[in-house]
Design a protein around this ligand. Structure first.
Ligand code: PMP
Length: 399
């Protein structure tokens, strides 16, 4: 049973006097105490490098890091612990794939990218296209503001080599039909990469059930630390990636002339990683594995949408969603509203949210994003709605 108050108590930043009403969870969530404790313990008690020492601190650090791999594998249903590759975040994970597939692409090869992608799941493919001569086509939105699955079917007939799509849009909050997207990609002979940055904190993710080749997410959006994230997916697909970085840990044997590579996951984890953050991520994964806040989040989202329906605003996107909602307000600039809310100690986000092409398609320069987490309360949603209403009135009345 989810206990909202007990969960909120795990976040010391929120209990500070004068703490903002924090609704910017799509950009980054707050850090949970078990995460802070795990990182603090590493630095205070057994800081050492991993995998290459036999002394007690090296062994303890290695065990803690590898336990995090198990915790993350359990959270997202990874086929094997070796399929969990630690990166510095979603961006690094997607770039790792885009670089690692360089030999897979040639002139004219097609990459499909949904129209609602974060720049992190578009620009790496553009860079790959520049290097290889491949081309990119967007999967458009339908008239209702969701992904156009009929258009996707038509694009698949062109035999793309890869399909890249977010599990949850960081701007629309919509949950994409990723099982269907990956199955269709596979049937058409394409690899699939799912950007799970906005999904892992809200949905029970099972990557085997999703059927994707690659799945990427970030620690800082799931109550964990910054600077750490995960690339995971099918073991065979991960094993085909050309290592992006060479260095320590990723090799098997090295001479002056040749190199052979280590097995997964080390093959894709060159150099010393963010050890304390990886250990912290393990604590976040354990926290999320035991959490089912879906009913609480759904109730908060309904409350938010019902309140927004009474204001002169437009909600972006239409379909099944997580607790993230972006709006535009005719006649009022999103940045003005965000500043007004910040003046009332309410943290939201205004701008293009790193989805410029999507905003271009929607014919808007930016939007205001309200992104909830399980530690938010109904009273906070009401306070945000009240301040939003006052702000809109103020700006609409200005000469
Ligand atoms: N994809 C999506 C959908 C995101 O929301 C974000 C973060 N805004 C990213 C990718 C990039 O994540 P990071 O900055 O942690 O690499």
């Amino acid at each position: 049973m989810f206990e909202p108050n007990a969960f909120r108590d795990l976040f010391p930043a929120l209990a500070q006097p004068g703490a903002p009403l924090y609704l910017d969870n799509g950009a980054s969530t707050q850090t949970a105490s078990p995460v802070l404790d795990a990182m603090d313990q590493y630095y205070r008690q057994y800081r050492a490098n991993v995998h290459r020492g036999s002394h007690p601190w090296a062994t303890r650090a290695t065990d803690a890091l590898e336990a995090s791999r198990d915790a993350v594998a359990a959270l997202i249903g990874a086929p094997r612990r070796e399929a969990v590759i630690f990166t510095s975040g979603t961006t690094a994970a997607i770039n790792l794939v885009a670089w690692g597939l360089i030999d897979h692409f040639g002139p004219g090869d097609l990459i499909l990218v949904s129209a609602m992608e974060h720049h992190a799941n578009l620009v790496p493919w553009q860079l790959l296209a520049r290097r290889t001569g491949a081309r990119i086509e967007p999967i458009p939105l339908d008239g209702k503001g969701a992904l156009d699955m009929a258009a996707y079917d038509r694009l698949l007939a062109q035999k793309p080599k890869l399909v890249a799509c977010c599990h949850v849009s960081n701007t629309l909050g919509l949950i994409n039909p990723v099982v269907q997207i990956c199955a269709k990609a596979r049937a058409a002979g394409a690899l699939s990469l799912i950007d799970g940055a906005q999904a892992v904190a809200h949905l029970k993710v099972d990557i085997r059930a999703l059927g994707c080749d690659f799945y990427a997410f970030s620690g800082h959006k799931m109550f964990g630390p910054t600077g750490v994230g995960v690339l995971t997916g099918r073991l065979e697909s991960l094993g085909e990636l050309l290592p992006f970085m060479g260095g320590g840990e990723m090799i098997d044997r090295v001479s002056f002339d040749t190199v052979t590579f280590n097995a997964l996951p080390h093959r894709l984890e060159a150099g010393t990683g963010p050890i304390s953050e990886i250990i912290g991520l393990g604590a976040a994964a354990e926290l999320l594995t035991g959490l089912d806040a879906s009913a609480h989040e759904a109730a908060l989202t309904q409350r938010l949408l019902a309140g927004l329906a009474k204001l002169p605003v437009q909600v972006l996107g239409n379909g099944p969603r997580v607790s993230l909602v972006s709006i535009t307000v005719p006649g009022v600039h999103h940045s003005d509203l965000a500043h007004y809310l910040a003046g009332n100690n309410i943290a939201v986000r205004a701008g293009h949210h790193c989805t410029q092409p999507l905003h271009g398609l929607l014919g808007i320069a930016g939007s205001l994003r309200i992104a909830l987490a399980p530690y938010n309360t109904a009273a906070e949603v009401d306070a945000c709605l009240a301040a939003l209403g006052d702000g809109i009135d103020l700006f609409l009345e200005l000469p």
